[in-house]
Design a protein around this ligand. Sequence first.
Ligand SMILES: Nc1ncnc2c1ncn2[C@@H]1O[C@H](COP(=O)(O)OP(=O)(O)OP(=O)(O)O)[C@@H](O)[C@H]1O
Ligand SMILES: [Mg+2]
Length: 277
Amino acid sequence: MQMPEGLTPEKAEEIQERLGPALEQVSEYVVRTRNLRKTYQMGKVLVGALRGVDLDIKRGEYISIMGPSGSGKSTLFNMIGGLDKPTEGSVYINEVDLAQLDAYELAWLRCRTIGYIFQTFNLIPVMTALENVTLPMIFAGVPEDDRKERGIELLRRVGLGDRLHHKPAELSGGQQQRVAIARAFANDPSIILADEPTGNLDLKTGKEIIGLLKELNEEKGVTVISATHDLKMIDVSDRVIWIRDGVIARIEERSKLQVEAALAVEDALIEEGGNSQ
Ligand SMILES: Nc1ncnc2c1ncn2[C@@H]1O[C@H](COP(=O)(O)OP(=O)(O)OP(=O)(O)O)[C@@H](O)[C@H]1O
Ligand SMILES: [Mg+2]
């Protein structure tokens, strides 16, 4: 949630005029990727983390990106979220081509359209739950009174109305992830990107967090894209995208999803040596 230095209110207003209308045009697809490739150079070795991914994600969908460790899930997540640049290919958010944006425009768009949730919660330790949740609203220029009101409302929504002034170290892992979820919704995003949101939680807490994400997905019509290898995610997903060695191995629709079958697919992928590390 970084804002480049020098993004003054005037500049933000200028960007609003330029990008605002594009974002208001509601297209069916909230995320599209075309021939998305990412190659990392490690000394003399090139690692093809993504090797041509074409993806269309509809507004309001709940998508799980699954695959073995090292298959490229986080890399795909980082490209879609504008956190890193592809080596080749394009990412469109609400039909806006991220490659066409300068650093200010990208920060502006990310702050207003995407909420991020990470495995390690990534809360700011010296800030209270409420301060963590209201921080993205400062970047979006929301007035102080509104920030506080909305922050309290969001924390109540995730079940933490009685923990507003606790710092992350004074909260359990599940509670910290709830704060992170509230923070991700701060600016009413159209997309929530969650990279292994249950990776550091026990089974029961993980299920509660997934349940909460699913509720918010239905309640707010937000698109959830979750990179995970947690099969608990399958139950709530509209589609599961299996990736292996940086390419889409298969896409399964909810109607055809069966947890048993999914477990078998995962086993098969692992057996086939889907780990590219
Ligand atoms: N910054 C980087 N520099 C070099 N190689 C990287 C970098 N980030 C990822 N890779 C490599 O790219 C490949 C894909 O990594 P990625 O983190 O996307 O996998 P993943 O599916 O998220 O795995 P996990 O389930 O373990 O989180 C791996 O082979 C990894 O070693
Ligand atoms: Mg990962």
